[in-house]
Design a protein around this ligand. Structure first.
Ligand SMILES: Nc1ncnc2c1ncn2[C@@H]1O[C@H](COP(=O)(O)OP(=O)(O)OP(=O)(O)O)[C@@H](O)[C@H]1O
Ligand SMILES: [Mg+2]
Length: 332
């Protein structure tokens, strides 16, 4: 059985998260809502690497946080191992979070600048009483350093004395200590140099191979996610517009937005690159007042009358491939 057919670990059902934007100087006294996540349905299977891509502000991080219970949904549900996490008490959720982790784009935001690396790694072991004695504690720290390829002398350093790649590996090490089932990787390599990016991706990939957890890998860069993912989804202004196995997303991309993202990937011939870039016209619409009908219609080269009026359903077009676009018919 392939990973794409395995047991479901995390599942979102009609998930929505709206943020209230306070009435300000320019909004004539009326509070408005940002539709950050607006009806997302997806599941991630055990041991699966699920890639989530889309432009800045489309709601990727909010989806990641909702999955971990770090944000509460406005409506809809998140299930983790069959449990609806919105129904859990604060204490129950805290316990469950031990099985999950998040790696942020900027490791500084998750490492305490005043704590030595050794202390950063020792704290979770103590808080969660993971070791029987001092010796076991040390063993755990050294083991986890080996897993992420960090040398021991760095234990006596502060985060600011480490490179970006080293900091990110410490952030990963700290999550590993808790032996999680699910990790959200939120642009984990976007802030790193290209060579370091490849190294960190390699470590993430090896750890996945060894420990078999599930990843939600978030990126604005389809190429980065594609390399490592089993299945991928493309998000546009709070909604998923296409979801498929990665090779189907590349070879049989359907949604005009997905196709424009693929075309925007730089290709070796500079003349072709210029031409293809023209496909994606106009600005990303506001998540405060998303366009009626299909949210992509103002930028879509194929927009029809219906696209401006009625929102397309997210339909199954066969083989685990889903798309929200009137150009394609459901397989059922
Ligand atoms: N706490 C918040 N309060 C108000 N608005 C928010 C909050 N968090 C996110 N938003 C808004 O929700 C939308 C989605 O944000 P989110 O961070 O999920 O996007 P993203 O896809 O991760 O973007 P990026 O690629 O830039 O990280 C944005 O318009 C953002 O401004
Ligand atoms: Mg983000």
């Amino acid at each position: 059985m392939g990973k794409a057919e395995g047991q479901v670990l995390v599942k979102a059902e009609n998930l929505k998260r709206y943020f209230r934007v306070e009435a300000g100087l320019f909004s004539r006294g009326k509070a408005r809502w940002v539709h950050a996540v607006d009806g997302v349905n997806l599941h991630i299977r055990k041991k699966e690497i699920f890639g989530l891509v889309g432009e800045s502000g489309c709601g990727k991080t909010t989806v990641g946080k909702l999955f971990l219970g770090l944000e509460r949904p406005t409506s809809g549900s998140v299930y983790f191992d069959g449990v609806d996490i919105s129904k859990l008490s604060r204490e129950e959720l805290r316990k469950l979070r031990r099985e999950m982790g998040i790696v942020y784009q900027h490791p500084q935001s998750s490492l305490n600048p005043r704590m030595l690396i050794e202390e950063t790694l020792r704290r979770p072991i103590e808080i969660h009483k993971l070791a029987k004695n001092e010796q076991e504690k040390k063993r755990m720290i050294l083991d986890v350093l080996d897993e992420v390829g960090i040398e021991r002398y760095l234990l006596e350093r502060y985060p600011h004395e480490l490179s970006g790649g080293q900091q990110q590996r410490i952030a990963i090490a700290r999550i590993l200590l808790l032996n999680p089932k699910f990790i959200v990787l939120d642009e984990p390599t976007s802030a790193l140099d290209v060579l370091v990016q490849a190294h960190v991706l390699n470590i993430l990939s090896n750890l996945h191979e060894k420990f078999g957890f599930s990843y939600l890998f978030i990126s604005h860069d389809l190429d980065v996610v594609e390399h490592i993912s089993d299945r991928m989804a493309v998000m546009y202004v709070g909604k998923i517009v296409e979801l498929a196995r990665k090779k189907d997303l590349r070879r049989r991309a359907m949604h005009p937005y997905t196709r424009s993202l693929l075309a925007a990937v730089p290709i070796p011939d500079p003349r072709k690159k210029m031409k293809k870039r023209e496909i994606l016209r106009g600005e990303v619409p506001s998540a405060i007042s998303p366009p009626r009908g299909c949210r992509f219609h103002p930028r879509c080269p194929h927009a029809m009358d219906i696209c401006r009026k009625k929102e397309p359903k997210f339909k199954d077009v066969g083989g685990g491939h889903y798309v929200a676009c009137y150009l394609f018919k459901s397989s059922r």
